[in-house]
Design a protein around this ligand. Structure first.
Ligand SMILES: [Ca+2]
Length: 283
């Protein structure tokens, strides 16, 4: 079913990285007009395969895993990260009826959504073998495994609406639906996700924003405006309309975050401080 393949080495884009470093001050200050907008620090830049229509991004055991969408072109790829010029990208081309969406690692396996098919794939990250499937309800866009000591593990899944679905990690059954709101207003078009502790970090489709969501309540507790990175990625060649910011992966080794976009030539490493979450009222 899945045919492994190897891609050639990614093209270095050191010139772009230099321009980005020159163009962006190391600390981008928050806008005074938005109390929730967070500053971030640009740490470094890396080449990204610009043919990838990024739908999911995940770091696991020193490798960066990425799912790439579109019917007839979907694939999962991995590479050592940070990459070296001599590295290859390995991966698996998916059958033409599969539209790859969000991906997340849980207990050594990759879980991947397939947009409207309501059927996810469980894949071995070493050899890209299909290990199993799971059902989900509605569209599947972004996915992240939420593992917090003291409570049951679950996945968080987005579907393009303002609602995040919680799926039990042991059964992939729907256990909760959480509306996401910003100052009481629904925030829709939630796309690629990353879970860390009680936070859910989300790309919002067709925007330059990263949302920091309290995963317990659905409230947006912070936002990052990554317009400067979008502009920097756009400099080597004009980006297509759908080449939007999408893809975020947490790097626990240095408490930083990798961000990229669909068809982008660049992955950026940024760092920011997560807002403290409020204590929940006892009940
Ligand atoms: Ca992710």
């Amino acid at each position: 079913m899945f045919a492994p393949f190897r891609l050639s080495v990614v093209t270095p884009i050191l010139q772009l990285a230099r321009r980005v470093a020159a163009a962006c001050s190391l600390m981008v200050l928050a806008s005074a007009s938005s109390l929730a907008e967070l500053p971030y620090e640009l740490i470094s830049s890396y080449p990204h395969q610009p043919a990838l229509f990024t739908q999911g991004l995940e770091l696991y055991q020193g490798k960066l895993y990425e799912s790439s969408g579109l019917y007839g072109y979907s694939k999962i790829v991995s590479r050592r990260f940070p990459p070296e010029p001599t590295d290859s990208i390995t991966g698996t081309a998916l059958p033409p009826n599969i539209f790859a969406e969000g991906i997340s690692q849980y207990r050594g396996k990759l879980y991947m959504l397939t947009w409207k098919a309501e059927r996810g794939l469980i894949i071995d990250p070493q050899h890209f073998k299909l290990l199993g499937t799971f059902a989900y309800q509605g569209e599947g866009w972004g996915l992240c495994a939420s593992v917090v000591k003291g409570r049951k593990d679950h996945f968080v899944m987005s579907n393009g609406s303002n609602e995040l679905q919680w799926l039990a990690a042991d059964s992939m059954k729907l256990i909760n639906t959480l509306p996401v709101t910003d100052n009481g207003k629904a925030v829709d078009q939630l796309n690629e996700l990353e879970c860390l502790d009680d936070y859910v970090i989300a790309n919002r489709w067709h925007t330059n924003e990263l949302l920091i969501i309290d995963g317990r309540t659905g409230k947006v507790v912070g936002k990052l405006d990554l317009s400067d990175l979008v502009e920097a990625a756009n400099k080597t060649s004009p980006l297509a309309t759908e080449a939007v910011l999408n893809g975020i992966a947490y790097d626990a080794s240095d408490n930083s975050w990798l961000v990229t976009g669909k068809l982008w030539p660049t992955i950026f490493r940024i760092r920011f401080t997560l807002p403290t979450l409020p204590a929940l009222a006892a009940h």
